[in-house]
Design a protein around this ligand. Structure first.
Ligand code: RIB
Ligand code: CA
Length: 313
């Protein structure tokens, strides 16, 4: 079976970095047409730089990297240096990138790719705020029906929020963009905190990354050593939740995951619950289902896959 054509839209971010590495290590499953950076964990000048740093770490400098939105559609940018550090990739010491940033704007790359590739053959993988995706859908509504699937990391229901009491960071940063994507009619699969908080990098799992003994394995171990502080302090977690790699793992082996096709909507008005994703998990409303909302994974299977693939780089 031919690999899936994907565009990774991302705000690296240590967990974004691991997702990008997993994708670049799995060419028989996913073909990365391009990486589009968005402001999120850290400002755009850093997320586009970090995306290129990770491509160079993977020695895959032929993957084009594009810069997109500097800020949400309507709101001021909220960043997460308290989680990811000032650079967004704190932990390992990685060299500044030499590969070029593409001149084309990320939104135009998304539009052009969806218009030129055969309909239904490109999957969008947003790993940060949905600003670039929503901007592309607004600018070129014709591309929406051409999208094979949007597999995104974002939202929460039973797990509630990580940036506010009710909202997950990616959705909270740009709730208007999330609403546009969720109401677009595109084929959507969501990886919310409900599943990503079950993908914890325990010490044993991180030791397996380090034991790879490669620059990639060691860098990933150092990233998660840094990245886990926030969740350990806040939740008492037994390690860092690897949010974004669940998106790529789903494309490689969907059998690792379970969920329900339900209605998911987002709060864009209330200050109290701004960015909250309301998943009708028990189907008590008459709102039409619009997303596959993933609630669980085979964590050991996920880490076995991730470790094996990182070992390829
Ligand atoms: O809430 C977790 C999400 O926000 C992840 O994608 C992380 O990288 C940040 O973007
Ligand atoms: Ca991210």
């Amino acid at each position: 079976m031919a690999p899936r054509n994907i565009i990774i839209d991302t705000d690296p971010g240590q967990d974004d970095a691991v997702a990008i590495l997993l994708a670049l290590a799995s060419p028989e499953k996913v073909h990365v047409l391009g990486i589009t950076a968005v402001a999120g964990n850290v400002p755009l000048d850093l997320t586009q730089k970090n995306a290129r740093i990770i491509c160079e770490l993977a020695q895959k400098t032929d993957v084009p990297v594009f810069a997109g939105a500097k800020r949400p559609l309507e709101r001021t940018l909220v960043t997460a240096e308290h989680v990811h550090g000032k650079t967004g990739l704190d932990g390992p010491t990685l060299p500044a990138p030499e590969m070029p940033l593409q001149d084309q704007h990320a939104v135009d790359f998304i539009i052009e790719t969806l218009r030129t590739e055969p309909a239904g053959t490109v999957t969008l993988c947003p790993l940060g705020p949905l600003t670039n995706i929503a901007a592309a859908f607004n600018k070129a509504p014709d591309i929406i029906e051409r999208v094979q699937e949007v597999v995104l990391m974002g939202g929460a229901y039973f797990e509630v929020g990580n940036i506010t009491p009710t909202a997950e960071f990616n959705i909270y940063v740009d709730p208007e963009a999330a609403e546009i994507v969720l109401k677009s009619g595109a084929n959507i699969t969501m990886m919310p905190l409900d599943v990503t908080h079950k993908a914890l990098v325990t010490k044993e799992r991180n030791d397996r990354f380090r034991a790879l003994g490669t620059p990639v394995g060691i860098a990933v171990a150092e990233m998660t050593d840094f990245f886990e502080r926030f969740d350990r302090e806040k939740y008492g977690s037994d390690g860092a939740p690897l949010h974004d790699p669940t998106v790529i793992a789903y494309l490689i082996n969907p059998k690792l995951f379970t969920g329900r096709y339900v209605n998911v909507e987002v709060e864009t008005k209330s200050d109290l619950t701004l960015g909250m994703t309301v998943a009708d998990w028990w189907r008590v409303s008459d709102r039409d289902p619009n997303a596959m909302f993933i609630g669980d994974l085979d964590a050991d299977g996920f880490f076995d896959l991730l470790t094996e693939r990182l070992g390829r780089l």
